[in-house]
Design a protein around this ligand. Structure first.
Ligand code: ADE
Length: 247
């Protein structure tokens, strides 16, 4: 998968050289490039924003600069297949595991990181009208960040690890929180067996794989009921997992 990021802070994305995302770039499973939006300005001060029509606080990012940048990135990368323009914004649709799974099938993601009060609304309108790309305005949650960069890092990690050959152990993708069961993950333990009197649950030492699986499922249910009861409600992602209690 090819990932392009348009931002006024390209250094923000240096951390993608580390760990799994770094390895995925070395192996060629992901190709990630952060571009400086100011490279598409035409004035001496490399201005990307201006005051809002209608008044109000803060600044708005200019549609002309954004459109030039996006057009160049789309033309220079010349990817065939599914291309999605990702705009992080608190007014977007929630970034869920289901959305991440869907985005992992794209050939290219282009992130447009806004700052200040956001990007002139005509930019998203123009992207939505362009039949060569899809538009995905997404939100991390019901809170406001200073800009789209942190949200973009989160989305790249959530989506990138679902791209084939990025995570070494495919099984770890199934068992984890928000995976197939929709439940939160069960607790995990490793050595030492006794840490200042805190013990590892006996069942995990029993060698009885069925008993271990049952215990883990119950712990997942317990945890989900405690902290995310909404997931167990009818229509919730983990509702079907309740049927295990009938068995
Ligand atoms: N930009 C500012 N706040 C955001 C949020 N909650 N999610 C995504 N992008 C944002």
């Amino acid at each position: 998968m090819r990932i392009d990021i348009l931002t006024i802070f390209p250094e923000f994305f240096d951390s993608l050289e580390l760990s799994l995302m770094g390895k995925a770039q070395e192996s060629g499973a992901l190709a990630i490039k952060a571009h400086n939006l100011r490279d598409w300005t035409h004035d001496r001060h490399r201005t990307v924003d201006d005051s809002p029509y209608g008044g109000g606080a803060g600044m708005v990012m200019r549609v002309d600069v954004w459109t030039r940048a996006l057009t160049d990135v789309l033309n220079s990368s010349a990817i065939k297949g599914r291309r999605v323009v990702m705009i992080p914004t608190p007014s977007g649709r929630p970034l869920t595991q289901t959305l991440a799974e869907n985005l992992a099938t794209a050939d290219q993601l282009i992130f447009a990181c806004g700052r200040y009060e956001g990007i002139d609304a005509r930019f998203a309108e123009l992207v939505a009208q362009d039949s060569a790309v899809e538009l995905c305005e997404f939100s991390l949650g019901d809170y406001v960040l200073n800009g789209g960069e942190a949200a973009t890092l989160v989305a790249i990690e959530a989506v990138g690890r679902l791209v084939p050959d990025v995570v070494g152990n495919a099984e770890s993708l199934v068992e984890e929180s928000h995976g197939q069961s929709g439940l939160l993950e069960y607790p995990v333990y490793t050595r030492p067996l006794d840490f200042s009197g805190a013990q590892v649950p006996q069942v995990l030492l029993s060698g009885d794989h069925e008993a271990v699986a049952r215990w883990r499922h119950l712990k997942s249910l317990e945890r989900t009921a405690q902290v995310r009861a909404d997931l167990l409600q009818p229509g919730g992602k983990a509702h079907d997992s309740l049927s295990v209690l009938d068995r």
